[in-house]
Design a protein around this ligand. Structure first.
Ligand SMILES: *Cc1c(COP(=O)(O)O)cnc(C)c1O
Length: 404
């Protein structure tokens, strides 16, 4: 038994990039003058901010527990790392992901609380998923058959989540067919529905209709004595917008990282969140460009007077929004400096006619230090949406801090 688990872990870790299997490091913040010969961007995560946000979200939901949605590599911030930080919060009852290999990777890295897979799985991962106590979603008759085949003749209890489509139209069993499917699950020996869930849309009237549909299904299952387990519906938007969405637990993603799905809501005053991460990059080139020169493939930025231009080793291919060249700023030293060009792998910052900076000094592109470099401030400067600022590439190294 032991050796098969070890084999499994080595299989999983071999499939991961180096980033995900690095032990989480607690290190002191690098000051801008530390010349460590750095050549790549990195992300810093604050444990204190994650614990604070989990607690605030639970309060927004009347004290209910939180299931952290860490899909898309926790929006690029590192699902393994964020899972391990959030696990330490009493308000976090578990996490949810969409890809089977990420569920396995997070478990292999030592996460012990429940993991819900809100998507389908590859048959070759099936037995690992069950061995590693990943809760599988049943969202169609076919997926029920698939989980059944996976479970085979095991006598062990099989816990599944019943995934309902109440109107998002994307995943889940259409609510009209849910009772029939739930009955089939409940009639299978050793099987239990430990969670029943769906996802709300944003228009409030329709979200309320979805909640009614959901509750009608639950009522019918209750009447048939079919257990439905923990019930949850609400992404961040609905947590704020419709209190009937709170059910037994809430299921935020974006708010855990410190951003509200809508800017300027009253809740942001009442339950302030903390930005949980910084995006940083060192200067790798610093040159005084002469009047008349330009920067960028399209000669995007003209140099009008001699100007110091710093190059940072990060671009839109790393997940930094290319819109930054339309007015975003970065923090370097104790001042903000304009971004003047973003390419796939490089970003240029103007440092003016004279500079005290040098190659190796570190810029903060996103962080809590100044309102202009928060996701909200950034999107105000460039005219985008705060939600979309967070989508960083998995290869960016993560460093974990107790606090910022
Ligand atoms: C993304 C997602 C969430 C969380 O959404 P946020 O807007 O980031 O809070 C919750 N449930 C499901 C099914 C999702 O896909």
């Amino acid at each position: 038994m032991k050796s098969s688990r070890r084999q499994f872990i080595s299989k999983i870790t071999r499939g991961l990039t180096a980033v995900s299997i690095l032990p989480i490091s607690f290190s002191k913040a690098l000051s801008i003058s530390d010349d460590l010969g750095l050549s790549k961007p990195w992300i810093e995560l604050s444990k204190a901010a994650y614990l604070h946000n989990a607690s605030q979200i639970s309060q927004m939901a009347g004290g209910r527990p939180v299931i952290a949605v860490l899909k898309n590599n926790a929006y690029g911030l590192g699902d393994v790392q964020v899972a391990q930080l959030l696990e330490q919060s009493e308000h976090i009852m578990g996490i949810a992901v969409v890809k089977d290999d990420r569920a396995l990777a997070i478990r292999a890295a030592g996460y012990t609380k429940p993991i819900l897979l809100m998507g389908d799985f590859d048959t070759e991962n099936a037995s690992s998923l069950l061995q590693n106590r990943i809760t599988l979603s049943v969202f169609s008759q076919a997926s029920f058959e698939k989980v059944k085949q996976t479970a085979g003749k095991t006598r062990k209890p099989i816990n599944v989540a019943l995934y309902l489509d109440t109107g998002l139209g994307r995943m889940g069993i259409p609510f009209q067919e849910a009772v029939e499917l739930a009955r089939a699950i409940a009639n299978t020996t050793n099987w239990t529905i430990t969670q029943t869930f769906s996802t709300l849309t944003t228009p409030r009237d329709f979200a309320q209709e979805q909640i009614k549909r959901f509750e009608r299904v639950i009522k019918e299952l209750d009447a048939n004595k079919i257990p439905t387990g923990t019930k949850h519906l609400a992404p961040s938007y609905s947590i704020l917008d419709v209190s009937a969405s709170h059910q037994d637990a809430v299921r935020p993603g974006i708010m855990l990282h410190g951003s509200f799905p809508l800017m300027d809501r009253p809740e942001s005053q009442r339950y302030p969140l903390q930005l949980s991460y910084r995006l940083k990059a060192p200067i790798i080139r610093l040159e005084k460009l002469r009047a008349g020169e330009t920067i960028g493939f399209s000669r995007f930025y003209p140099i009008e007077k001699d100007e110091w231009i710093a190059t940072l080793p990060i671009g839109w291919a790393d997940g930094y929004d290319s819109g930054a060249e339309n007015g975003a700023k970065v923090l370097l030293g104790d001042q903000l400096w304009p971004v003047v060009n973003v390419n796939a792998s490089h970003t240029n910052v103007s440092l003016g006619g004279q500079t005290k900076f040098k190659v190796g000094d570190v810029a903060t592109l996103i962080g809590p230090e100044r309102s202009e470099i928060t996701p909200e401030g950034f999107s105000k400067l460039v005219g985008g949406h705060n939600y979309l600022q967070i989508n960083y590439k998995e290869s960016i190294t993560k460093h974990v801090y107790d606090t910022f």
